[in-house]
Design a protein around this ligand. Structure first.
Ligand code: SF4
Length: 206
């Protein structure tokens, strides 16, 4: 893999950490998270600080993940598809990692290396027609909209109050059972949808 070290491609990375996938079909799966910096949106319920970050080349990213037990990597953000992930994804795939991406769906997929694609649409400017799962974040009295995206699984995730000074939201970050109960009742009446809860918020992990 001589190319790995010679690559000059830099990625702006907010964080790399090892945890479990907290939501959706793969909930509970141990995974390495590569959180890419920045997002094209500023959702008022966003629970992620995505603005900070450092430039990392592929060798540095590989050094950060090599000691984790899992061979499953989730590209998340922010919005990971703001950056061209092709070279990094190819090298990780060649090294035997399985790759997933969590995106707002407003950018086309740049390559075919993702084994699992989650789209969490925030508006109708969607550039991805098909994925593995759609996840809509909704609050009380809101209705999920998959924007015509074909998927094997459709999830709703309760919108929780957040505290994110970087993007201007001010309430406390906690799991709101009232919203979860609204979502619970919603899926019982609209069986296309399944309920997913943010395991990390419930158990207080990353
Ligand atoms: S699209 Fe996702 S990462 Fe971007 S601001 Fe909205 S919730 Fe946050």
């Amino acid at each position: 893999m001589g190319n790995t070290n010679q690559s000059s491609n830099l990625y702006k990375i907010n964080d790399i950490f090892y945890s479990i996938q907290a939501e959706g079909f793969l909930s509970g799966t141990p995974a390495i998270f590569i959180r890419f910096s920045n997002c094209n949106l500023r959702c008022d319920f966003c629970d992620t600080e995505f603005l900070s970050g450092i430039d990392m080349n592929i060798s540095e990213i590989l050094n950060n993940i090599e000691n984790f037990q899992s061979k499953f990597i989730i590209f998340t953000g922010g919005e990971p598809l703001l950056q061209d992930t092709t070279e990094l994804a190819k090298i990780l795939s060649d090294k035997g990692y399985k790759l997933a991406v969590e995106t707002n769906g407003m950018f086309k997929l740049q390559h075919d290396y993702f084994d699992w694609i989650t789209v969490s649409p925030k508006n109708d400017k969607i550039k991805i027609d098909e994925c593995d799962e759609v996840k809509c974040v909704i609050g009380i009295d809101e209705i999920p909209d998959s924007h015509g995206i074909k998927a094997s699984h459709y999830y709703i995730s309760p919108k929780n109050p957040t505290h994110n000074e970087d993007i201007g939201t001010e309430s406390a970050n906690f799991f709101d059972t009232n919203v979860a109960k609204y979502c619970y009742e919603y899926v019982k009446k609209h069986t296309k949808w399944k309920l997913t809860l943010q395991t990390n918020k419930i158990i207080g992990t990353l």
